[in-house]
Structures are given as C-alpha cells and as structure tokens.
Design a protein around this ligand. Structure first.
Ligand SMILES: C[S@@+](CC[C@H](N)C(=O)[O-])C[C@H]1O[C@@H](n2cnc3c(N)ncnc32)[C@H](O)[C@@H]1O
Length: 391
C-alpha cells in the first residue's frame, strides 16, 4: 500500500496514518512517499516495512552501507547529517515539552566523525556471525561502516573459524590494539597476532598488554569489562561541556557518580579541589585508580559500590556529576540528591526519557542549560548534559 511519512517518532521511525490508524515505519523519513506492507499488526497501531520508496524526502542522503535496509544498527543514517542533528534536537525539545511542560533551547554539538567512530561492537551468532537485523535474526555482513578497518578485518578473520560454539563476539578498539571478548568456545591461535588481549567467558586467556584510550591530555586504561564512551572522536567535546557547565573552582569538592574508569573525574580533576568517583564494576574502579596514577593525578579518589547504597553517606560535595546507564537514577538516589544541599548537579544522560522522569522528581533543583551532544551518528540515540541548580 502507498503511504506518506508525515513525522518521525523519538526512536527514528517514520510515522504514517491510514484509515485513522498510526503506522510506524522503520527507516521512513518525513516527506517520503513509499509502498509498504504491514509487518506487525496491533490494536492501536501497525508496524510497516518499506517495499519501495516512490518519492524521496528532501532530508534523505545516499546510504553507503549495503546492509542498511535489513540491519538493525543505524536507523537514521539515511538522513543528511545536519537533519540527524535537527532530529535529535527536536526529540529532546519535544520530550521536555511533553513531560515537563518546559520549552528548552539546547545547544547542539555534532560528532567529529560520522563513520568509523565506534570503539566497541558486539556481533551475535546464529546461522552466521553478524549484527541483529531490523526485523529480527542476525544479518551476515562483511563490513560495518561504524567501526574501523582494523575491527572489520578481525571480524572477517573470526568468521573463517569454527563458530558452532560461539554466542557473542565483542571487539573493543583501543589506541594500542584490539581486545576480543568471546562468549562461548573459540580456537584463538590465528587471532593472537591481531589482538592485545583475548577474553573468553570472562577469563583473560591471552594478553600482550592492557588497552589504553587517550582523551585530550589523559590516557585511560580500559579493562574488557569496564564501560567507556563508544565514540572516541567526540569524548573531548562531551567532557569539555561538563567542564564548561561545571564552572569549577579550586574550592570545589566534586562527586562523580557512575564514574566508569574515572573518565570524567580525572578529566575535571585539574579544575577542582577534590573529586570522588563511585562505580559498581570492580575492574572499572581498579582502572580508575590506575588511571589516576598513570596521569599523575593526586586529588581523585575512587570507591567501588552501588550508588543507591552509598549515596546517603558519600555525598558531601559542592558539585555532583551523574552519568547513569540508560535506566537513569533509581528512586532512592533521586530522593537523597533532592534532600542534599548540592550547589549544582550536572546530569549526563544517554536517554532523554529517563532524564525527564528524574528531573521531575528533583523538585528542589531548578533547570539550567542543556546541551545535546551527538555520540551516536546514524542512530536515533543521543547524549545530553543538563545543569540543575539548587533553588
Ligand atoms: C553511562 S556509564 C558512565 C561512565 C563514565 N561516566 C564515562 O563517561 O565513561 C554508566 C556507568 O555506571 C555504572 N553503574 C551502573 N549501575 C551502577 C550502580 N548502581 N552503581 C554504581 N555504578 C553503576 C556502569 O558500570 C557504568 O560504568
């Protein structure tokens, strides 16, 4: 059936209407006219699948990836990059308006790289090793444009091996080489020359050296299990924005909750009196402590534990930085932050829906400035930094 895409939802799906029923159409862009079939049928809406685009939206651009129509990876890489940024800006604006009834005017910062930016990728294995498809299953690919040639080469070497007992393969790219993380069983003899470390089922079975990623003046050790921002090219822009909003002084004691390998803590350490980072993954906290030493930073401390359990005692700072996972802050943490007299809260978020939910609960804080930073070009995901000040 022939439909027109009239808008896009916050997940980057095209929206159309037929007989008053909404149809969400993955990879459809506002302004497209296309021929679709209904892929899934629900009571209040349908999900459509594009068979053919009969008229291209002006917002489209040429897609360089041959797997785009079937791969579930980058869903808006078919939009001109400036339009991708506008999409993300509007998404954040609309969510603030809808859930907080606040009009915002965020600063938008694009990504330095639009391709080859990902320092980590996970491949799934069923009949072949590849990426999860848009409509389920695993898509067998030769190359993903979001990772470097080195990562694509290692992936293709792995595909030559017996993968019958492999579930997942993750590759992380550090400045000094690749870390391979395997879930399952894999014969790795041919891969040793291509990796600095190989981890199988959480056990390091081969290690030439630790992995390091440099951001600005700092060098970070990143263990296989530790979180690190995905888009290496844009991390400086993200952390510089934290520094800008922090307006730090040498009198400030800062708490960095969900600190990972100490990346933000150590980046801001030179501007403040002290910084305390809290993180739940022991390997990440060990990295954070090592990273303080590697970079000769003396005013940063790190504690391993669950933020929600440590929050009541640990918060005694002037400025609080939170960078939680997609689920946002838990209820208890939000309540404690709301009660404590923190001068300024800097909320780094990778999910605007949980961000607004948390802001709604932080009633003792007034909303300040917001920046949207594109850490995930080609996808609908977006990172933001919001400043909240004590009323
Ligand atoms: C989005 S990452 C941010 C890491 C770091 N700020 C950065 O920029 O690299 C979220 C971090 O929170 C950690 N985390 C998740 N749940 C946690 C919890 N309940 N308590 C402490 N840390 C947690 C994760 O392990 C992860 O390192």
């Amino acid at each position: 059936m022939k439909v027109q895409i009239i808008d896009m939802d916050h997940k980057g799906n095209g929206i159309s209407k037929l007989d008053n029923k909404v149809i969400f159409i993955p990879k459809g862009i506002t302004g497209d006219t296309c021929d679709i079939s209904i892929y899934k049928n629900y009571k209040n809406y349908d999900i459509g699948k594009i068979n053919e685009i009969t008229k291209n939206s002006d917002l489209r651009k040429e897609v360089l990836c041959p797997y785009f129509s079937v791969c579930g990876g980058c869903n808006i890489i078919n939009m001109d990059y400036q339009e991708q940024l506008k999409f993300k800006e509007n998404k954040v604006k609309n969510v603030f308006k809808k859930y907080l009834n606040i009009e915002i005017n965020p600063k938008v910062i694009g990504s330095i790289k639009q391709y080859g930016y990902r320092n980590k990728i996970t491949y799934h294995n069923d009949t072949s090793l590849g990426l999860i498809g848009e409509f389920g299953g695993v898509i067998d690919i030769n190359k993903c444009l979001l990772v470097s040639n080195k990562v694509n080469e290692l992936y293709n070497e792995i595909k030559e091996l017996d993968l019958s007992n492999v579930k997942l393969i993750t590759i992380r790219e550090c400045d000094n080489g690749l870390i391979l993380i395997v879930t399952g069983k894999l014969k790795i003899d041919n891969l040793k020359g291509l990796c600095i470390e190989i981890v199988i089922n959480n056990e390091s079975v081969y290690k030439k050296e630790d992995g390091y990623i440099s951001i600005g003046e700092l060098k970070y050790k990143v263990s296989p299990n530790a979180f690190f921002q995905i888009n290496t090219s844009n991390i400086c822009q993200l952390y510089d924005e934290v520094v800008r909003y922090g307006e730090f002084s040498k009198n400030d004691n800062v708490i960095d909750l969900y600190c990972g390998v100490g990346s933000i803590s150590l980046y801001i350490a030179k501007y403040v009196k002290s910084v305390l980072g809290i993180e739940i993954i022991p390997e990440a906290i060990n990295d954070a402590k090592d990273n303080a030493k590697i970079n000769n930073i003396k005013n940063a401390e790190f504690v391993c534990g669950d933020v929600s359990k440590l929050i009541s005692n640990s918060i005694d700072g002037d400025i609080l930085i939170v960078d939680p996972p997609r689920i946002g802050l838990d209820r208890h943490t939000t309540e404690v932050i709301n009660e404590k007299k923190i001068k300024k809260l800097i909320y780094v978020s990778c999910d605007v829906m949980t961000l607004v939910r948390d802001i709604k609960l932080l009633t003792n804080y007034k909303l300040g400035k917001i920046s949207v930073i594109d850490m995930f070009p080609g996808t609908h995901h977006c990172e933001s930094i919001t400043v909240l000040e004590r009323e």
